[in-house]
Design a protein around this ligand. Sequence first.
Ligand SMILES: C[S@@+](CC[C@H](N)C(=O)[O-])C[C@H]1O[C@@H](n2cnc3c(N)ncnc32)[C@H](O)[C@@H]1O
Length: 442
Amino acid sequence: MQPAARLSAAIELLSDIEEKMASKGAPADVLVTKFFRARRYAGSKDKRAISDYVYGILRARGLYLWALKLLGAAPTARNMMLVNLARHEPDSFRYFGEENPFAPTRLHEEEEDFLRKLKRLDWHDAPVEASYNLPDWALPGLERRFGKQLAIAGASLNETAPLDIRVNSLKASGKSFDQILKNESELFEKNKLSCLGYRATGPINLGAHKAFSDGLIEIQDEAAQIASSLVAAAPGMQLTDLCAGAGGKTLAMAAEMENRGQIHAFDISPKRLSSLKKRMQRAGARNIQVHLIAAEGAGREIAFGPMEGKMDRVVVDAPCTGTGTWRRSPDQRWRFDADSLKAQTALQGKLLAEGAKLVRAGGRLVYMTCSVLPEENEDVVAAFLDGQPKGAWKVVDYHTQWAESLPGDAPETLALNPEFLQLAPHAHDTDGFFLAILERQV
Ligand SMILES: C[S@@+](CC[C@H](N)C(=O)[O-])C[C@H]1O[C@@H](n2cnc3c(N)ncnc32)[C@H](O)[C@@H]1O
């Protein structure tokens, strides 16, 4: 593809992403895959150039929207591309209106005028939330969490994420890392916090790797690996995973349980559970029972009733705004608002209370999210504990569990309560992740 055609394609794709963001449709990564599937003629360099434009703009969207609003221009995909080119490759304006059927149309007078004004704009005037791409709805929670570190934390949440893998002990035990990954092993280094994982030091297509298709490794961020370990699932236990999804943590816990005992994995999404079933096969996990449940209604009581007061562990890996994974899905931050955050926290509270009923005396309820917002984390746990009889639950300090489950010293937490673990990219070089361990006393 010619550079002009790449620009047009990027504007078209961005426009589709913007539209789906507004209508809560498919996420950007799905749209990008679909876009290229329909354009087989695009080579790998074209795909990279187009994706770089689109993701680059999504990572600067807050700043670009600020500039567009200030200068009275509409927040369209084309206008965002104009701002992007003005900042990063002004030479490319020559492709607009080029003699080429695939080129973007000529810059019209209004746009020329806008670009002249843009040149005079002082980017340093942008507020911190615009500069670091932080949406309004998340700002109070981000400020509460990061305080004076907001800019550095925000910048870190706006970078690209590394690729981590977990070695699956169900399939790979007894094998060295070199035996598992052969020549590619040198492309990885050990994760700094967790003993189980490795981090890719450069680009690698793991999906096509035999170690992946044979189930020797799983792709999983270090934070999720840590969370799975801190559940302290042991062989022979009965564990309910209330929001198992596609089973990232379910599989890690099955490995810790050495396939002994049972994991009852629930979710409302048939698609995710079907992916879990495929992953179980690949990973050789045989102690997981998969259950589809309705989001509401009597079916839940029927499903959970027999487990009441019997579970050694209940994991509530709650649906959340995903602020901790913004590095992986840069469009995610623009898909929520104050109302949907509120709805999410109400659901989180409900799921935590539901899961709590299943825990036996002495058993543990482990609440976690991939969010950094206190509203979805400490506040949900505090509201839950407030509603429980005094002394019914003991908070287990994550330091104590870390000493038993993971190597080295526990990292410092960013949580507002020192017993809970809150990880974030700028401080821990992992996804943002929260975890609280509660033990039932009676
Ligand atoms: C954070 S994701 C789970 C990730 C998963 N545990 C993992 O490690 O890959 C949250 C999950 O909650 C599920 N969910 C949403 N509402 C639910 C509900 N009312 N009951 C159970 N699961 C629900 C979503 O479908 C989603 O898969």
